[in-house]
Design a protein. Sequence first.
Length: 505
Amino acid sequence: MQPEPLGADSIVTSLFVIARHPPRCHAGTLLTHHLFVPAIPMGLAPNARWVSPVRALTVAALWLAAFFLSVDRLARAAEPATSLEAAVGLLFAAQPQESAIMFDTLVKAQPLCEPDLWQRGLALYYADRFADAQRQFELHRTVNPNDVENPAWHFACVARQRGAKAARQALLPVGPDARVPLAEVLAFYRGSIDAEAVLLAADAGPEGVRRNQRCYAHLYLGLHAEATGATDKAKEHMLLAAGKYSMDHFMGKVAQMHVKLRGWQVAQTDPLRVGMELSYPPFEMTDPQGRPTGVSVRLAEALGRYLGRTVVVENIAFDGLIPALKTGKIDCIISSMTATPQRAKSIAFSEPYLKTGLSLLVGVKSSVQAEPDLNVKGRVVAVKKGTTGHQYAATSLQQARVLVLDKESAAVMEVVQGKADAFLYDSLSVYQNHKRHPDQTRAILRPFREETWAVGVRQNDAGLRGQINSFLRAFREQGGFEKLGDEFLPEEKAAFAEQGIPFYF
């Protein structure tokens, strides 16, 4: 098609369309449809038409303006995800009015995304905008017709406006939802079963999934109770969903936000029993008065404050920590424990909170320069019992003689006295022991195997694990680990930085 001459109206129209529809219209496309600027005049462009320099410069300026408009719009096309995250963050912070306003702004900017924003329905519900929330859940059904949770929230919105009978009559139809106990939740909202039947369904199945099922059961029993005016029942169920059966997923956080918004307190009468071996300074140790202190102790205390529970530190030998956890003597392990596949067979781990690795403390007279030099006949390697250094030596150093010792100090002395070529331990301990014995040892700090430390919990305690993960993220974001490093490890941080080795936190 032969292009039409460029006029002022067509320029304005082009700019408008480009700015309005960046994903479907590249800047300059509409303009170049109307005019070919003769930048390639040597017969390379068929049908090229010469124009005056003034006109060419004018169009070039307009083209660039359109381009930058498009770039701006394209950049802002990525904003919905950011706005959604911020709006959800406000909701979880128990600020539903502000969250709902942000969702409104998002819908105004991107109206096509409105049916997918079920999260907006929650914000509107908690902002007491029940009619708007009802409409949001009705819209969401058009794109997700099989989600049982959608009719449950719709029921709550209608009930808050017109009562339970009207809400039951207006209950949204829904397809199959295999998640337990959501089929029973829907039947309860319809009025065909009682609350006990919902809880009975939630108690079925493997122990590992029951906590999650109970969380959902109490959340939706509590929501129904609140919507129908049974405030005491609502409080009872929601406190269980947010406390005893709390989960670290979206709806688990909704239950916790609900409790916070209503001003209810989750009862935590039991202390948090944290296991650690108090013989690994500066992480786990005692002060001159014999009281637990160190990085791990401070971390445990911060976790207790986050959970609203007092902390009791149980001093247990390192190789006895996992048995103590499995038998219920302690609730979690915070003891510089490396999260290994072998340990993960018997306990669960939180997200990693610290990166480290195995390094070598070597005797000054030893010829060992790196880890490959260890697996040689005649070498003697010291390890502490139950550590990852012990595990590594047992599987990878078949040619060497491995000394397994109960105490770190005993392993260090084997190297100092020349009885062992090397001691396998984490980088920080290797550095500290070399500083204590600079004339008898060498420190090969760069890890030959990277590792991470994590908090150990029982495999069926998904709720506590989720709470610990949330705490670790918040603690890191607030600079908590950085402060612990500055307080307990300032010299080590500087030394590692000088050698170009990443520090622990």
